[in-house]
Every structure is written in structure tokens, then in C-alpha cells.
Design a protein around this ligand. Structure first.
Ligand code: NAP
Length: 450
């Protein structure tokens, strides 16, 4: 900047020795007068010479090339326009006010600056940061634009990624509201050559949806990411269905639209780099995708798919199962809700807001789920058994130690009481249909277990 200004100042006095009135530049006169009114002087070469003599710092490339005119009225001096290298930092509005197309040589007051060899950009750091940011931007195609696909899209859009979407149903207006291009036809989607194809369809439909994609229309090294809530199944599906050149990243954001309503900060994000090509660009692309979740504050957990499924059955499937069981009880809020009860109500809300397909997928496509369901059932039985064993003890005491209150013959009858005594003497439980002395009906299940 210093050199450029110095050159400009030195060039003007060099021209000012010419006959008065002061010579003006071509650009200046063109706006003020018609050219046939005045004779012209071509002063470019002599000016350059004088400028060289006057100011040693002026190189031939930076010397102004001037065409001078006589008899021009004095005009208030205007600041010369900034050199092209600086113009990139001007606002587009400022640039258009000056009618300076980007990259064009600067011409004003008769000076055409052909090259700027001294002015250097001064903000390497911010430019480098901008470039890095630019490289982190991805073109992401979301396949399966349902509840969860849309939920993810909101954050992707906020972070400035380019979004494409495809689904079975027509979600075009919602996609438009998120700034995503919506494609009903998967061929059109693939022809856009996304960097990342994100599989966010239901677990049950994943295989059919993947097979419906025209993979040959994608770039040969496209990155495929899935967000299915089970991991071994999509890993094997992607490994067997995709061409060798495609990268595969299996992920599971362990949260959803309900549980992450207030943000993703601190929530677990599980990922497994199943296949990422050994080139800096491909590694950078996978990292750029993971960085989306890192930037939101997720707790990043790198874990193999098999380990994920073992843990997920114990945590996620169990949570969903309990939530679904409670939902069948049709619980409702009461005037005396405890904190614990309110937690149960929230659990029902959180789990039942997801589709049944999702829950079904957790069961069907995680081999650990059946075992969990069996364990849950036997846990329920063992809790019940403990309760009824206690009840059995009380009954025995009442019957054998004579502490029993007189049986209510109106409800049980003498014969029933005799029958129960007989059974207990034989070491058998009383009949399931017979009420206990305290009028507690013992369920059949307990007696079947015995
Ligand atoms: P979902 O019921 O599991 O999936 C709905 C999506 O699957 C919709 O895009 C739907 O398309 C598509 N789909 C369903 N059946 C289809 C079929 N027969 N053919 C083609 N597409 C079909 O609900 P979701 O909550 O949006 O979950 C999507 C994926 O994200 C699932 O794999 C789930 O495991 C995973 N995930 C969900 C959560 C969550 O909290 N919800 C969290 C982590 C991971 P249309 O919309 O076009 O009908």
C-alpha cells in the first residue's frame, strides 16, 4: 500500500510541469468534456521516465500509463480507487458504485495500474481460516427424509452445508424451508454428485432403499454414512452392497428430536470408520463429517459396530421396551405425582414419539435384543416370585400356627378353606382360584411357576 501510494504521488507532480492548465487524465476528461474540444497529449512514456527519475521505487509495471489533455477546468481532487489486490476486501456495493468489475485493472485519474507487485494481502490468517472453513463444507444427500433425517438436516443447514434430500414420500416443501433441494427421483439426486450420502431411512427399509439407489451415477469415491440405531446390520449391508471404492462410516447419534430438543451438547455420538480410503482427501472428508457433531459439542465415541450393538441392547432397547410396556398401561398424570412417576411419564413420551418401525428394527436387527427381552421377562418373574414367596410364608404361619383370622365363609366357603389346608399340608400352593385369608387373590402365574 505504501509503495502504491508513493508511486501515485510521484506520478502526479511529474505530470504537473506540463503547460497549464493542469493536465488531467483521460478517465477524468471523458466524464467532463467531449474529446474533440481539446487536443490530446500522450504523456505515458515521458511520465513513466520522470516517475522513474523522481521515485526509484516505481517499477515499469506499476508506472501509470497516462493520456493527457490541455484546457481542462480544475476539479476537486478525488481519492484514487484502491488497487485491485485490495478490492477483494471491499463490499460488493462499494465495488459496484465504482463500476469496477472484480479482477479488472484499476483505471482512474488517467492511471491504469497494470500490475501490483508490491501490495500484499495482509490477512493470511483469516484467509487461511476461510479456506479451511470452505473445505469443511460438504454436499450431503440425505436418503430417508423422515423424522430423524429432517432433525439432522436443520443442524447441517445451520452449519452451512449444501443439502440434498430424497425420500419415499413428498417432503419437498419442508426441504425447501430448510434450504435443501428435494429429489423424488434417486437418479436426479445421485447425478448431483454429493460428497456424502447419508442413509437415514428406517432400519426395516434400509436394504430396499439402498438397492434402489443408482450407485453408478455417484462419484467413484463417495462417502456413505448411516445413522441407523443398530450397527452390525448396516455395516454388513454397506460392505456387501457398495463398490470397493466407496468409503463407509457407520454412526449412531444416541439422541433424537425429543431427547436433544435443547441441543446436542454432551450427548454421545458413536462412530466406526468401517472403510475410509488411505488418501488425505478421503480422510479429511470423513473427518469433516464427524466434525459436524463435534462442533455441536457431542461426546464422540469411536467404537466397533458389534460392541455398539451389545451396549445398545442393554441401554436403548431396554429403555424403549420399558417405555412401550408402560404405554400399554395408559398412565396419566395425577394430582400427587412423585418425581419418579413423572420420569416414567416422560419415558413414555420419549420412546413412543418414535415410530414403531424404529422399535421393531431395534429388536429385529440386533441379535442381542432377544436375550435382553428374555432377561427382562425373567427379571419380572423373579421380582413377582419374591413378593409371593413372602405372601406364602404369611399364609403358612396363619394356617399352621393358628394365627389366621377366621376365613370369610361368605366369600371362600368352608370347603375351600379345608381344600387349601390340605394342599399346604401336602407342600403344594393353595389353588390359584382360591382367595387367601386376607382376600388377596394370588395370580395364576405364581402357581404355574411353582
Ligand atoms: P423411522 O420410522 O425409523 O424411519 C422413517 C424414514 O424411513 C422415513 O424417511 C421414511 O420415508 C423411511 N421409510 C420407512 N419405510 C420405508 C419404506 N418401506 N420404503 C422407503 N422408505 C421408508 O423413523 P426416524 O426416526 O426418522 O429414523 C430414521 C433412522 O434414523 C432410523 O434408521 C433410526 O434407527 C435412526 N435414528 C433415529 C433416531 C431417533 O431418535 N428418531 C435416533 C438415532 C437414529 P418417508 O418419510 O418418505 O415415508
Amino acid at each position: 500500500a505504501f509503495v502504491w501510494r508513493t508511486c501515485w504521488k510521484k506520478a502526479e507532480p511529474a505530470a504537473s510541469h506540463l503547460k497549464s492548465p493542469r493536465p488531467r487524465c483521460e478517465a477524468h476528461t471523458r466524464t467532463q468534456h467531449t474529446t474533440h474540444q481539446r487536443p490530446r497529449l500522450s504523456g505515458g512514456s515521458s511520465l513513466r521516465k520522470r516517475a522513474r527519475e523522481g521515485g526509484k521505487m516505481l517499477s515499469s509495471s506499476t508506472a501509470p500509463s497516462l493520456r493527457l489533455h490541455h484546457h481542462q477546468p480544475a476539479r476537486p481532487r478525488r481519492r484514487p480507487p484502491a488497487p485491485a489486490a485490495y478490492r477483494q476486501f471491499q463490499s460488493p456495493a462499494a465495488a459496484s458504485r465504482r463500476h469496477l468489475p472484480a479482477g479488472a485493472a484499476v483505471r482512474a485519474r488517467g492511471a491504469t495500474i497494470r500490475a501490483i507487485d508490491a501490495a500484499q494481502p495482509f490477512d493470511y490468517e483469516s484467509r487461511a481460516a476461510g479456506l479451511l472453513e470452505e473445505r469443511q463444507r460438504l454436499k450431503i444427500a440425505i436418503v430417508g427424509f423422515g423424522n430423524f433425517g429432517q432433525f439432522l438436516a436443520r443442524t447441517f443447514a445451520r452449519q452451512g452445508h449444501t443439502l440434498l434430500a430424497h425420500s419415499r414420500s413428498d417432503h419437498s416443501s419442508l426441504a425447501a424451508s430448510l434450504g435443501a433441494a428435494y429429489f423424488q427421483d434417486p437418479h436426479d439426486l445421485c447425478e448431483c454428485h454429493p460428497d456424502v450420502v447419508l442413509l437415514a431411512t428406517s432400519i426395516l427399509s434400509a436394504e430396499a432403499v439402498l438397492r434402489s439407489l443408482p450407485l453408478h451415477r455417484l462419484r467413484r469415491s463417495t462417502l456413505f454414512v448411516d445413522v441407523l440405531s443398530v450397527k452390525e446390520f448396516p455395516k454388513n449391508l454397506l460392505l456387501t452392497s457398495l463398490p470397493e471404492g466407496f468409503d463407509i462410516l457407520c454412526t449412531h447419534p444416541m439422541f433424537g428430536p425429543e431427547s436433544a430438543r435443547d441441543g446436542w451438547d454432551g450427548l454421545p455420538f458413536v462412530f466406526d470408520r468401517v472403510r475410509v480410503g488411505d488418501s488425505p482427501a478421503r480422510r479429511a472428508r470423513a473427518n469433516a463429517f464427524l466434525n459436524i457433531f463435534e462442533r455441536e459439542g457431542c461426546r464422540m465415541v469411536e467404537m466397533c459396530c458389534a460392541e455398539h450393538d451389545a451396549h445398545a441392547a442393554e441401554t436403548q432397547f431396554l429403555t424403549h421396551t420399558v417405555g412401550r410396556m408402560l404405554a400399554t398401561l395408559e398412565l396419566s398424570s395425577t394430582p400427587i405425582n412423585t418425581k419418579g412417576y413423572e420420569t416414567l411419564l416422560r419415558l413414555v413420551d420419549n420412546t413412543c414419539s418414535d415410530s414403531f418401525d424404529l422399535y421393531n428394527g431395534l429388536f429385529m436387527y440386533n441379535k442381542n435384543s432377544t436375550d435382553l427381552l428374555n432377561r427382562l421377562e425373567s427379571a419380572m418373574d423373579s421380582v413377582k416370585k419374591r413378593l409371593f414367596d413372602g405372601l406364602h410364608e404369611v399364609l403358612r404361619k396363619q394356617l399352621f400356627e393358628g394365627k389366621a383370622s377366621p376365613p370369610n365363609t361368605a366369600t371362600t366357603g368352608h370347603h375351600a378353606d379345608v381344600h387349601r389346608r390340605q394342599l399346604l399340608l401336602e407342600g403344594k400352593p393353595p389353588s390359584p382360584s382360591v382367595p387367601t385369608p386376607n382376600n388377596v387373590t394370588v395370580p395364576n402365574l405364581y402357581f404355574c411357576q411353582e
